[in-house]
Design a binder for this molecule. Structure first.
Ligand SMILES: Nc1ncnc2c1ncn2[C@@H]1O[C@H](COP(=O)(O)OP(=O)(O)OP(=O)(O)O)[C@@H](O)[C@H]1O
Ligand SMILES: [Mg+2]
Length: 343
């Protein structure tokens, strides 16, 4: 499997008349506006991606951020609104057929036929890609092994658990050995164990040389899986980098304080924002988030200041910077709280 993918990658480095291909995906100011009944919806405003071959890249953002719309444009399922995109070295607008033969796409809803077995689904998919019957059967078997589906491979898909279905969806997406695989929300709705298992499989595909783009609204998924993350909000990239680098930029510790009313929080923000131990303060209604270098030192100093000003907070917690902090810093809103209670 890995060998076959590698040979595709080698082919991918040939000159296709557009110059030698270096990146798996390049987009510039990709945008899409839908004309809905209630007016125009700017689903994607400006997405510029540079995805290296063989990397696992995450598009992380809240519901409605434009992740699926971006993926649908990159996979030729939706015409590009504005901007440009190359996938696997081919222009998405001008060479959609070439793009399609080099990519795999696993939609948010999956694509298996419930009444068929995994083996039948895989065989059918392979035949749809024009793979000869003998080879289709052997590819189906090798994917059944690779994605650990052998126990249920000959049972109807409707009897599968969520995690088993998702692994089959991925197998269906890679039966033709694509260079680039797009996974839309791969682990939504799965229990923690099935998610971890799915991530292992995705990682091993990445290790085999496949370029993988994952959309997710799970911070932990982006963190655990991706070499590189684009944080997307309202159709735009608000931050980009390796998860560790993005978190490092936030630095130190986040102290999250809450008051009963917004005026109290705002007064406290004014009081603390200029303190020497505060790197950055983000106020959101009754919540104040302070980024500090040394959590415990800063904590005692800020508690003292608040007490003196009669502005004691009703709750307080410390958290290590997460990708949510990166999102919060750039948008002023939270993707999801992931904090460790200290009191
Ligand atoms: N065909 C369409 N017509 C009108 N609006 C659309 C259409 N498709 C998507 N949208 C809107 O575009 C925005 C982005 O949708 P999209 O599905 O790309 O978001 P998403 O980031 O994938 O969200 P989720 O995490 O919920 O899957 C949303 O406001 C959505 O309602
Ligand atoms: Mg989506």
């Amino acid at each position: 499997m890995a060998g076959a993918i590698m040979s595709n990658l080698e082919t991918g480095q040939e000159n296709h008349g557009q110059g030698v291909r270096t990146a798996a995906i390049v987009t510039r100011d990709l945008a899409k506006t839908f004309q809905a009944r209630r007016g125009a919806v700017e689903a994607v405003r400006s997405i510029s991606l540079d995805v290296e071959r063989g990397s696992i890249v995450g598009l992380l953002g809240p519901n409605g951020a434009g992740k699926t719309t971006t993926l649908r444009m990159l996979t030729t399922l939706l015409p590009i609104g504005r901007g440009s995109a190359q996938v696997a070295g081919f222009d998405v607008g001008r060479e959609p057929h070439q793009v399609r033969t080099h990519i795999g796409y696993v939609s948010q809803l999956g694509g298996s036929d419930e009444v068929l077995t995994a083996r039948e689904n895989l065989h059918l998919q392979a035949r749809l890609y024009g793979i000869a019957p003998m080879q289709a059967a052997s590819r189906a078997q090798s994917l059944i092994n690779q994605l650990e589906l052998s126990t249920y491979a000959d049972r109807a898909v409707k009897t599968y658990s969520g995690g088993q279905r998702r692994r089959l969806d991925i197998a269906l997406g890679i039966i033709h050995q694509p260079e680039v695989l797009f996974l839309d929300e791969p682990s939504t709705g799965l229990d923690p164990q099935s998610r971890a298992n799915l991530w292992e499989h995705i990682r091993s595909l990445g290790a085999g040389g496949m370029t993988i783009v994952v959309t997710t609204h799970y911070l932990d998924e982006a963190d655990a899986l991706c070499d590189d993350v684009y944080i997307i909000d309202q159709g735009k990239i608000v931050a980009h980098g390796a998860p560790a680098v993005l978190k490092q930029q936030i630095g130190g510790t986040a102290i999250v304080l809450e008051w009963d009313t917004p005026p109290q929080a705002s007064q406290a923000c004014e009081l603390l924002r200029s303190a020497p131990f505060v790197r950055e303060a983000v106020l959101n209604e009754t919540l104040l988030r302070l980024y500090v270098d040394n959590g415990s030192e800063a904590l005692s100093a800020l508690l003292h200041r608040l007490e003196q000003a009669a502005l004691a907070a009703h709750s307080l917690r410390l958290s290590q910077p997460s990708l949510d902090d990166v999102f919060l810093r750039t948008t002023g809103r939270s993707l999801r709280e992931e904090t460790v209670e200290v009191h």
